[in-house]
Write a protein that binds this ligand. Structure first.
Ligand SMILES: [Zn+2]
Length: 182
């Protein structure tokens, strides 16, 4: 998904950060065992303070193979208020090398104090027509009934994110560049 592509680029050791890069960082990342890449998922409907403490307690430790460490918090709106406040302390004084990516479909559930310390990238829903066109042009479907279209849910949407949402990719490239020159 787009977040993984983003994380891989941030961690990459090469200047050019090509998609098919084979540097040590990219190889580890693709192998699923990058020591500087951390993902937090909900655990029984919420993200608890213990889960956040687990990452914030080690956030100041230097990265092992990359120049940065990347933390992804999926469904970050599921963080309890205690978890959010715990994370906030790190967001207030993050070590230079740490990049935290918070993903949410419901920003109303996130404390303003957290939001004010984040750069925001918004992803809109993919229009049905766009999905249909994509499936027919690129995925070889000859017909597309309404039911079939509805049944697709997210998976083709993700493909569209990757290929068609160039604007977000450019924005991400820009952020990577900002991080590089900081
Ligand atoms: Zn690389």
């Amino acid at each position: 998904m787009i977040t993984k592509a983003f994380a891989k680029k941030i961690l990459c050791l090469e200047q050019e950060k090509k998609n098919d890069c084979e540097c040590k960082s990219c190889a580890c990342f693709l192998g699923g065992n990058h020591p500087d890449y951390f993902v937090v998922n909900e655990n029984g409907e919420t993200i608890k303070i213990e889960q956040i403490r687990e990452i914030t307690s080690k956030v100041i430790e230097a990265p092992i193979i990359s120049n940065r460490k990347v933390y992804i918090i999926n469904d970050c709106d599921k963080m309890t208020v205690e978890a959010q406040n715990c994370l906030l302390k790190t967001l207030e004084e993050p070590p230079e090398f740490a990049v935290m990516i918070l993903i949410s479909a419901n920003e109303n559930a996130i404390l303003n104090t957290i939001k004010s310390r984040c750069m925001t990238i918004k992803f809109g829903p993919i229009a049905k027509e766009e999905l249909k066109q994509y499936a027919m042009d690129k995925l070889g479907y000859e017909q597309m009934s309404e039911n079939l279209l509805n049944s697709f849910g997210g998976s083709i949407g993700k493909a569209i994110f990757q290929k068609e949402k160039q604007a977000q990719f450019l924005q991400i490239e820009n952020i990577v560049n900002i991080l590089e020159t900081r």
